[in-house]
Design a protein around this ligand. Structure first.
Ligand SMILES: C[S@@+](CC[C@H](N)C(=O)[O-])C[C@H]1O[C@@H](n2cnc3c(N)ncnc32)[C@H](O)[C@@H]1O
Length: 247
């Protein structure tokens, strides 16, 4: 881990966390049909191209993964918005999407023929993934259940796999405002990177890297090259924590 990451972790201890408590439980089945429209509404002031976020995250993962990827799990894939990007970026890989929302998976299947989707249940047995991709899911999992979810993900990873978890950055006021007005985020309890690192540690996952990301609005994409110098700064719209199974 770099010195910058260590500085960033120090900063985290001092920063005021987002203390929002969930006001209601969200069933994503109720939002499956309107998910895209609500995404547009939520981030409309930021960009009209909501696919930008999916492409950004997949590009981020692809650029830093040196080893071949044969099998990818997208956990909490929802309506499958990231799946086409994952499929295109890792052409040789089998991609499997899972979610607890069957209605979201029905939409994901319609948009992604040929891809395997499974409803997450305690009985679902999957393993041998080289890459586990998770985007904006953990803030919807009630805090007491997050450790169990991480152990499941850990059990599905091949020995040299990587897990990449993207989350909303609770230190970014714009992100907090977007989350506070988005109907399907009514149950969101944002988590700091330190919570993800702890969950990794307790599930036998070693930290590989942590980066803040999504600093530059899409309309200024010419400035994207600056982002690689800012990954330590806790002001990105989101962050990603990457781990690998402990040897
Ligand atoms: C904000 S959506 C994100 C969907 C997708 N990852 C994306 O980036 O478009 C959160 C998703 O997490 C799913 N989810 C919530 N808790 C989950 C859990 N314990 N296991 C799997 N998926 C879960 C929800 O059903 C929902 O589809």
């Amino acid at each position: 881990m770099s010195d910058k990451t260590t500085d960033m972790q120090r900063h985290e201890v001092d920063a005021t966390p987002h203390k929002k408590q969930p006001s209601e439980s969200i069933d994503f089945d109720d939002y499956a049909g309107s998910y895209d429209a609500l995404m547009h509404e939520s981030v409309g002031a930021y960009t009209s191209d909501v696919a930008y976020f999916a492409q950004y995250k997949v590009d981020f993962v692809k650029q830093r993964r040196a080893r071949p990827v044969k099998k990818i799990l997208e956990y909490g894939c929802g309506t499958g918005r990231n799946i086409p990007m994952l499929r295109d970026a890792f052409e040789e890989a089998e991609v499997i999407g899972t979610d607890i929302s069957p209605a979201s998976l029905d939409i994901a299947r319609q948009h992604n023929p040929g891809i395997r989707f499974e409803v997450e249940t305690p009985d679902l047995k999957l393993d041998g993934f080289d890459l586990v991709f998770v985007a904006n899911v953990f803030h919807h999992i009630p805090p007491p259940e997050r450790g169990g979810a991480m152990k499941v993900l850990s059990s599905r990873m091949a020995p040299d796999a990587e897990i990449c978890i993207f989350e909303h950055n609770p230190f970014n006021p714009v992100t907090r405002r977007i989350v506070s007005t988005c109907p399907f985020d009514a149950d969101a309890v944002l988590l700091r990177p330190s919570e993800l690192r702890r969950l990794y540690d307790r599930s036998g996952i070693e930290l590989v890297d942590q980066s803040y990301c999504l600093f530059v609005p899409p309309r200024f994409s010419g400035l994207l090259f600056l982002e690689r110098h800012l990954t330590w700064l806790p002001l990105g719209g989101q962050y990603v924590v990457i781990g690998t199974p402990r040897a």
